[in-house]
Design a protein around this ligand. Structure first.
Ligand code: AMP
Length: 409
């Protein structure tokens, strides 16, 4: 079965056409084609490639996600994958499943309306995927099998002690306020992959996973289940990120609004788009650039990196407390996978609890799967490059399989 996976981010559309060799969730995937459109909303950078090396590389205006989807579908058609025997199903990553979606859902009019209705708690998050879903339905027809896979779903069974805020419960329930958590596909991938690599049952493992990219989050996973995660009602909570502040004193937005004479939306925008690595360094949200500046003695870049690493270390310690230690700490995401320096700083001084990196192996692990802790360390540390599309394709195939079985009965 050939499945098109569409993964929309805040200014990107990534896709893969994957052939799944068996119609089971443990299938092996082959990537027939894939690519990315970066910088949607401006001069889009298009990079597509088939497995045979046929490619499309272009920079041109890509105003919105509808246009991005059209460009993707036109190219998929041009390489012959829209013919019968080409794409047979589509899986979409949807960021926010809210209170309704705790597992993948077959997309129909009702599901689209329900995702749309989530706008009151997630005004921005789902718009890109909704646009991609609508474009795909316009192109392939309303009855083409499509599945939505939600980034929040992995965290939906967190205990109430972790998912509730200490605010009046009536207000929380009225507005469906809870800690939803995000990056669920990434955290789930790292946990499931770790179980495969170490040949241990997921049910027996306690893990702390760190997704450190432009957005950053940590998750405590006990027996395969997310029991706490650092992002909350929105992806602003928790760790320091590229442009997001992460945790601040809840009094701060009101204080800034009053003292700077701006409305609350403006402050929210500062916390989302002008804070984090960018805000502290005053230079960039890009960790690679900041590490370069730091090595040349730039004090603000050094401070930004220091706060970033300190907050991640503190979160690891908190999750050790939450789940009673851990079998492993796992790094993923652009920074987690590619920066030995950041990993070393986060893990420094944690030998007291049995966590110690092998310096040479850590230094040599860039963008590849590896154990980077010492042989003697009690807590393993791994780098596991995250493949969200692998999770989406399995969920899509499994969801369609279950529905088909149900219909045959
Ligand atoms: P992501 O959002 O997962 O694509 O990650 C983007 C982040 O990864 C940016 O801050 C990049 O600077 C960072 N990154 C990518 N490669 C490296 C590297 N070799 N060293 C440090 N940071 C990196």
């Amino acid at each position: 079965m050939n499945v098109l996976i569409i993964n929309c981010g805040s200014s990107t559309l990534k896709f893969k056409v994957m052939e799944t060799r068996h119609d089971t969730p443990s299938c092996h995937e082959r990537i027939l084609a894939g690519g990315i459109i970066d910088r949607i909303g401006g001069q889009g950078e298009i990079r597509f490639k088939t497995e045979d090396g046929e490619d499309l590389r272009e920079v041109r205006e890509v105003k919105d996600y509808e246009i991005a989807s059209d460009i993707m579908f036109d190219w998929i058609e041009s390489i012959g994958l829209m013919k019968p025997g080409g794409i047979e199903a589509v899986g979409h990553r949807v960021v926010h499943g809210g209170y309704r979606f705790v597992e993948p859902a077959i997309i129909d009019d009702e599901v689209i309306d329900a995702i749309e209705a989530m706008r009151n708690i997630a005004p921005l998050h789902n718009d890109p995927s909704l646009k991609a879903i609508r474009s795909a339905r316009a192109r392939l027809g309303p009855h083409f099998p499509m599945v939505a896979v939600f980034d929040t779903a992995f965290h939906c069974n967190m205990p109430e002690s972790a998912s509730r805020y200490a605010i009046p419960i009536e207000l929380a329930d009225k507005h469906r306020i809870r800690r939803y958590g995000f990056h669920g596909l990434a955290h789930r991938f790292m946990a499931e992959r770790y179980a495969i690599i170490t040949e241990r049952p997921l049910k027996e493992l306690r893990l702390v996973t760190l997704q450190l990219g432009n957005g950053c989050s940590a998750t405590a996973i006990d027996g395969g289940r997310s029991v706490d995660t650092s992002m909350g009602f929105t992806p602003l909570e928790g760790l320091m990120m590229g442009t997001r502040s992460g945790d601040v004193d809840p009094h701060l937005p009101g204080f800034l609004a009053r003292h700077e004479g701006v409305d609350i939306e403006e402050v929210e925008d500062w916390l989302n788009r002008r804070s984090g690595l960018l805000g502290v360094s005053g230079h960039s949200n890009d960790m690679r650039e900041l590490l370069g500046k730091k090595s040349k003695g730039d004090l603000r870049a050094s401070l930004a990196v220091e706060i970033f690493c300190y907050r991640a270390k503190k979160q690891i310690g908190a999750y050790f407390a939450a789940i009673g230690g851990a079998d492993a700490v796992i790094f993923g995401g652009g920074i987690g996978e590619n920066s030995p320096e950041v990993r070393a700083r986060i893990c420094a001084g944690m030998e007291w609890c049995g966590l110690a990196l092998d310096e040479d192996i850590n230094a040599g692990t860039i963008g590849s799967e590896n154990r980077i802790s010492k042989d003697s360390a009690r807590i393993h540390v791994y780098v596991i490059p995250v493949d969200e599309e692998a999770v989406i394709v399995r969920d899509t195939v499994l969801c369609l399989h279950i529905i088909n079985r149900h219909l045959r009965r």
